[in-house]
Structure formats: structure tokens, C-alpha cells
Design a protein around this ligand. Sequence first.
Ligand code: ADP
Length: 485
Amino acid sequence: MLNLKNEALFATKSYIDGEWVGADNGATFDVVNPANGETVASIADLGRAEVARAIDAADAAQANWAAKLASERSAIMMKWYALIMEAQEDLAQIITAEMGKPIKEARGEVAYGASFIQWFAEEGKRIYGDTIPQHQPDKRIVVIKQPIGVVGSITPWNFPLAMITRKLAPGLAAGCTCVARPAELTPMTALALAELAEKAGFPKGVFNVVSGSNSSEMGKELCENDKVRKITFTGSTRVGRILMEQCSGTIKKMSLELGGNAPFLVFDDADLDAAVEGCIISKFRNAGQTCVCANRIYVQAGVYDAFAEKLAAKVAEFKVGNGFDESTDIGPLISKAGKEKVQDHLDDAKAKGATIIQGGTDSDVGELFFTPTVVTGVTSDMKVTQEETFGPVAPLFKFETEEEGVAAANDTIFGLAAYYYTRDIGRSWRVGEALEYGIVGLNTGLISTEVAPFGGVKQSGLGREGSKYGIEEYLEIKYLCMGGI
Ligand code: ADP
């Protein structure tokens, strides 16, 4: 089915301490292509004991990796980056096979994911300390930054490659070793990354990938093992809470990138065509399955009907299909449960009085496909207001005043990404400052880049990924007080 140039990238075993290993009991689990239900491969199904061994390997490799010059670590990471970009097409195929996204988006994910490796390979050379004017004549005060130690990552299925590199590239650059536990739905991309990491020359034990279907057992080991000094997680707020509790016993440092419920505001003075374009990108990328996808679209009364009409016309042009088809815009949803949630949100909106102006019918492409849909007349009592839909349904709310729009946008426990469209300079500042979100897009629907800090406030998480801030998450500050001078 896959036509890989480098067949070694089709890896089905886990990668621990520089070795490809199966489960102790020989167990495997199947990875299934959501577009057609076909099994892509059977993958090593590791349990808690094997995760503990991967942690031991990372722990054993930690001191030597931290002792390398930043430029030495950087050289290995740059090689990894180059190998990933060389394998862009193969990796994109693996992503599409196990996750379903359109192949053109998968290629984009490879480049986006690789960019974090390149960025942090550079950034790792700039981990500066500080000197502080002494408080006593015979003392000197120096501040140094050191790698935190072994990092455990737990990542979701929606960006099988980029979630791992966005989390672990800064850690590796800082001098941390790591154990990556990819989502059970998409482990193959992570294993392919391990194959390329080996070729790039990472010493054994520095980068480990453990595949397995029992997320809670594997997660417990990562959270409760004292050798792991940090957990970095992307996924739901529900699981984020569980991991926080599990990490409390060993007081681990944590980065959490959790659920979003992104508002997308269109003001009367917006450039409507630009707003429609931004909404399409933000709402429908990855079939609506990203944590920064617009979930609630608030349109000011003066442009509501015009915006709805333009958006519906664009959505009608989408081609739904198998991700391997170059012309596909919208692939399948990841799972039956995922599709049922989208349908439930739509049914709930309909039952409470919303109107479907585009789509809304079941897709005839396959079981997990969902026809891109636009709904008007959506109100705050509908499910879509409080929860992420994670699917290709665009619900349009109407608002009258700026205050009302901003208040509605902020009326959620989440605070990851928000978007707004206005050409008014005063409003640009006011609304930008008032939105309670970690990432705010003004007149753009596309905000992800390795050079800027990504992360949320409120119950959307802790910490930032990417940018000069991202590496701080993997460093401890040490204050050296020198006396007797
Ligand atoms: P999503 O809705 O994106 O799947 P989840 O939070 O359910 O979000 O899953 C994100 C990642 O967390 C996945 O890799 C999943 O396997 C893993 N996961 C789910 N439950 C747990 C748990 N109890 N402990 C550790 N990891 C978990």
C-alpha cells in the first residue's frame, strides 16, 4: 500500500537504548487507516516494564548528552533535520496512512515539525546564564542553566510528527534525554523519526520511542518514575488533569498543551473575503481536528448574512476523500467516536434551532468521513459552545457589540487560540488585549510557527512550545553563590 523510498522507515518495533525491541510478551496492536479501515501494520505493544527500561536507558545516557557541547548536539540535530526533510515524502505517506489527513497537509506537517528541530538546534547554543551584582563584598553571584534531565512525552494523533518534534527538539537541544510515547492510533511516524534519529547519530538512549496501546499504564510509569524529571503532554484537558495528579507524587515539572475552544470573531469593519479565507484555514485544516481550530465563529450583525453566504460557498467547494488523493481537501475523521461527537454536536444544534446552510448530510465517501458543514443561528446553550467539536462543522453565532463579542469569546474554561478580524486600529488593540488566550491571530487564521510561543492559559495548559521561550521549559536555573573572595 505504501510506496516508500526508504523502507526502513516502515518501523514496527519500539526503539529503546539504540535497539529495536518488541514487547516482552510478544504482543502487538494494529494501526488502522481511518480512510478505509485497512490495517497498516502491527506494532509492538509495550507495557509498563518496557517503559521503565526506556526510562533507565534515557537516565543512563543523560549525563553524557548534557556534557556535550551545545554545538555537538546541534550538529546531530541538524543532521536529523536534513534527514527528515529528505524523507519528507515517505514520512508524509506514513502520516496519511495512519492518521488520514490529506497528503498535501501531511507534507506540510513534516516541514513544520522539522522546523522545530532546526530552530532548537540553533537555540540550544544560546542558553545564556547571568551574573548578579553581589550583596556582600566577598561574594559573587552567578546563574547557570542546566538541562532538567529525562523528559517523558505523551502526544496525540492529530499531528503524529510535529507534536513530538515541537516537544522534544527543545529538550534534546538543552541536553535532556527523552522517552516519547506516541498515541496508539499513530505510532508509526514516531518510530520512523527514531530510525532517522539513529541515522543522524544520536547516542544510544538519548531518544527512545515506546509504542503501546495501554496509554494509562504507560502514562503512569512516565509520571510516577522518579528518574523522569519532566512530562510534556498534548491532549485533552481531561487527561491533562490525570497526568498532573500522577506527577504530584514526584513533583515533576510539566508542560501541558490541552484542549482549546477557539473563538473566531468577525467584526463589521473586517475585510470579509480575508475573514472567510482565514476561517476556512483555521476551521477546516485537518478536517477540523486541531486544538487551534476555530470552534465558535462569532460574526457581528452587520456582516453576518454576507459572511455566512461567502463561507458556505467556499465550503461547498471542498473535496472530501482519501488523503492519498492529491486533490483531497478533507480526509476522514480519526475514529468512530470522533465522528459521533461531531454528529452529536450538529444534532444538538439542529434540535435547539440552528439552521444548516451547507453540508449536514452524511458523506458517501466512507464510514469516517463527514461532509463539511456550516450552521447559522447558533446560540450559547448549544453543545458546541462549551466543547471542542474537532470536526468540519462551522457554527456561526451572531453578536451586536464589541463588548458582547469579546465576553462571549472569553466565556469558556479554555484559553488556547483565538482569532479576530477587524481593520480598526483601536479595536485591534482593545480586543487583542481583552481576549483571554495564549495565542491570538489578528486578521489571520494561521498562527503556528516554530519562531513564536505556542501555548494556552486557563484550562488549556501550562508552558510554551517553540521560540526562545520554548527551551526554558527544559532548563533548571541554578544560582551559584561564591564566597571567600
Ligand atoms: P485526544 O482526544 O487528542 O485523543 P487524549 O487526551 O485522549 O486526547 O489523548 C492524548 C494522548 O494521551 C494519546 O496519546 C492518548 O493515548 C494518551 N492518553 C490517554 N489517556 C491517558 C492516560 N490516562 N494516561 C496517559 N496517557 C493517556
